[in-house]
Write a protein of this length. Structure first.
Length: 193
């Protein structure tokens, strides 16, 4: 599960301050909060909004809070609203020599080991500590309970606390501090305590 936490760096609030031309409007934190409040009061589960070089994706699902990812897209004229996109598992490559080499199994996958895997709900940067000068949230051997914060994944300057979905003992930390992570990448393996 992921919860939002304010970024430690201030967000840019104007297009001019960020080097964009004066005709482009940049979303600020207050505008994002208002959008989230409106969505929480409705039945909408996905929203894709594009204006100029900026795109806003909002998806509400199993997580208790709305997940917001804001990034800059290639510039283009006008406002374009894209239909919601359903994310599915990657499609296997077509058969061929290159596809056979790409489909070769990895030497050892953490999924084969017993226990529960905690995966990243975002593409971002993995942090084991709440701040650079503080100790890690958890280490191998730490007993955790459901809902306890395990790490932070920073996605587009938003610090997202990743919580344990189960109670148990940390058996493995699968990512180094400060490394980029992909959506669905295993971060921890938790064994029953």
């Amino acid at each position: 599960m992921a919860t939002k936490r304010k970024a430690t760096r201030p967000a840019e609030s104007s297009g001019a301050a960020s080097g964009r031309d004066a005709g482009t409007t940049s979303l600020d934190v207050e505008a994002l909060r208002q959008i989230v409040e409106i969505l929480e009061a409705s039945d909408v589960t996905r929203l894709v909004w594009t204006k100029g070089p900026e795109k806003l994706y909002i998806r509400r699902g199993h997580a208790p809070e709305t997940t917001i990812v804001h990034h800059t897209a290639p510039s283009g004229p006008g406002v374009t609203v894209s239909p919601p996109v359903e994310y599915t598992a990657p499609v296997a490559p077509r058969a061929g020599p290159a596809a056979a080499a790409a489909a070769a199994p990895a030497p050892e996958k953490p999924a084969e080991k017993p226990g529960h895997q905690v995966t990243s709900p975002f593409v971002g940067t993995f942090y084991r500590t709440p701040a650079p000068d503080q100790p890690p949230f958890v280490d191998v051997g730490t007993v955790v309970r459901k809902g306890q914060v395990l790490c932070i994944v920073e996605a587009m300057k938003l610090m997202n606390e990743i919580e344990s979905e189960v109670s148990g003992r940390i058996a493995e930390v699968l990512v180094e501090n400060g490394r980029p992570v992909e959506f669905g990448q295993a971060l921890f393996r938790i064994e029953p305590a």
